[in-house]
Design a protein around this ligand. Structure first.
Ligand SMILES: [Fe+2]
Length: 188
């Protein structure tokens, strides 16, 4: 169990030095003041949390699409098709997350440099792993994104930010279901 936990950590988490790199705060948008009943401070903090969720989602999207291309072995057909469904869902999810950040009055990050600093996930391995290792990496990735989404809940609740809470609920449902389905592939 402990061995598995440390293995999961190695695929889901970036090295400490990398994680300690300066994480950019989302830039406030220009223009009129915003009066939607959420303070400037809370909107900035929620936008920051959503930026981390956006970076995690985009990184997991790219990893899943990479694995769709590079999976090999007797499970090719099953995994190639399953990964396609998952990367399509992740690709469609980045837009509502980014647009919620905009509605809260901040600019959405959208560069590899920013995503690299903001995400809690490791980058895709340069050499494609074996099929079941791909599945393990994706389980750890979905779990990591779920943790990022869940950690933002108390703040969205406190600020009565229902649209963000609703978005987080939807993302948690997807990531926890995907993690279960992928995990099931690893059982005998
Ligand atoms: Fe394809």
């Amino acid at each position: 169990m402990a061995k598995n936990a440390s293995k999961d950590k190695s695929v889901a988490k970036k090295p400490e030095a990398e994680a300690a790199a300066v994480v950019p705060a989302p830039a406030p948008a220009r223009g009129m003041a915003i009066h939607i009943g959420i303070s400037d401070k809370d909107r900035a903090a929620i936008a920051k949390g959503l930026s981390a969720l956006l970076a995690d989602t985009y990184t997991l999207y790219l990893t899943t699409h990479n694995f769709h291309w590079n999976v090999t072995g007797p499970m090719f057909n099953t995994l190639h098709t399953m990964f396609m469904g998952q990367y399509t869902e992740l690709w469609n999810a980045v837009d509502p997350i980014a647009e919620r950040i905009r509605a809260l009055g901040h600019f959405a990050p959208g560069s590899y440099a920013d995503f690299g600093k903001l995400t809690s996930l490791a980058d895709v391995p340069h050499e494609p792993p074996k099929a079941l290792e791909m599945v393990r990496i994706l389980v750890a990735g979905h779990e990591a994104v779920a943790r990022t989404a869940r950690s933002l809940f108390p703040l969205a609740d406190k600020a009565s930010d229902e649209p963000t809470a609703d978005l987080l609920t939807q993302r948690l449902t997807v990531h926890e279901q995907a993690a279960w389905m992928l995990r099931a592939l690893l059982e005998d």
